[in-house]
Design a binder for this molecule. Structure first.
Ligand code: SF4
Length: 328
């Protein structure tokens, strides 16, 4: 079969390094910004890597490896593509989009996964934002490597609206190790959140995905919310487990192995589709509202006025005072 587009680029990508079972490749990229659907709370995404070594058992982004004619289950965690881009090209892309648009870094793969220690693609992207102003930017990760870029993030936050989000499904370390085998431990994610909040950066926690009978109890959500609030996070957002076919192929065998009694329950819950709704979704939403209220957390980030921000005139009244996100 003749490979085309991104599959051809991936197949010809130069091998950058190999670490036991993980191999790293280079992926030349002309455009980093990707437009999202209107349903999303952000208009553009940037994913510095394709594939993710953290290997979470519920990951729905595995299908992105299929675009490169690669296996969504195993290769997604073991063949990692670092995007090669030109900084001037990203700056030119940014000039073409509205400053009112939100740009989200790390929506499909983790921007601070282990590959970032070597290749620094995320850091190079952030430097482009550090040289500009007036953007709305969010970064989402499960890694304490974010702290490496603390000064750069502070610089960005002085002239752009920035929030850094940590995904935290559970505070139970053993369960987290099973669900997210190579991601940073929950308490280290919280410690990183605290350090960023103390440095004046707005921090949010995503308790995504909420998994029925594993992480959906009020007690479990309360533990996450309590740790988030104590660390200085401003908001807690969340969604229910989304079982796309590529995620199902990993998640259901995982349940059979570690939680066999839950497997038939999940088969029943997800019999008709990848999403959960109805009464169950309503109950979880109510639980979330209660834990947020208990810990004084919002459900979405604050729009605040950065120190060096130059808002368009009609936007000035949207903002909270600059000090509103500072936790200390
Ligand atoms: S960190 Fe995110 S992208 Fe990486 S495997 Fe886990 S869910 Fe997927």
């Amino acid at each position: 079969m003749e490979l085309v587009g991104i599959a051809r680029l991936a197949a010809s990508g130069e091998l950058l390094a190999a670490k036991r079972t993980v191999k790293y490749f280079e992926l030349p990229t002309r455009r980093l910004l990707n437009r999202t659907s209107e349903r999303m709370p952000f208009q553009w995404t940037i994913n510095p890597y394709r594939g993710c070594e953290f290997g979470c058992v519920y990951c729905y982004a595995r299908y992105t490896h299929e675009f490169m004619e690669l296996d969504a289950v195993r290769a997604f965690e073991r063949k990692i593509f670092a995007k090669r881009f030109v900084a001037a090209g990203l700056a030119a892309e940014l000039r073409k989009i509205s400053r009112k648009d939100w740009i989200a870094i790390g929506t499909a793969t983790d921007p601070y996964q282990p590959a970032e220690r070597r290749f620094e693609v995320t850091r190079e992207i952030l430097k482009v934002f550090g040289a500009g102003r007036g953007r709305r930017l969010s970064i989402t990760s499960k890694s304490d490597l974010v702290l490496r870029d603390l000064e750069l993030l502070q610089e960005i936050a002085r002239a752009n609206i920035l929030h850094v989000n940590f995904t935290l499904t559970t505070m139970d370390q053993k369960l987290a190790r099973l669900l997210e085998p190579r991601a940073t431990r929950p308490e280290l994610r919280i410690a990183s959140a605290r350090r960023l909040a103390q440095a004046g950066i707005q921090v949010g926690i995503f308790s995504n995905p909420i998994m029925p009978l594993l992480t959906d109890s009020e007690q479990s959500l309360d533990a996450v919310a309590g740790a988030a609030a104590e660390a200085g996070a401003t908001f807690l957002a969340s969604g229910l487990l989304f079982l796309k076919p590529c995620a199902r192929q990993v998640f259901l065998p995982f349940l059979e192995r570690h939680f066999p009694r839950l497997a038939p329950e999940y088969e029943r819950l997800y019999r008709t589709g990848a999403f959960l709704g109805g009464e169950y979704a309503k109950r979880v939403r109510e639980r979330l509202q209660r834990v947020r209220a208990r810990h004084g957390l919002r459900d979405a980030p604050l729009e605040y006025a950065p120190e060096l921000w130059e808002p368009e005139p009609e936007q000035a009244s949207l903002f909270e005072p600059a000090g509103a996100v500072r936790s200390s």
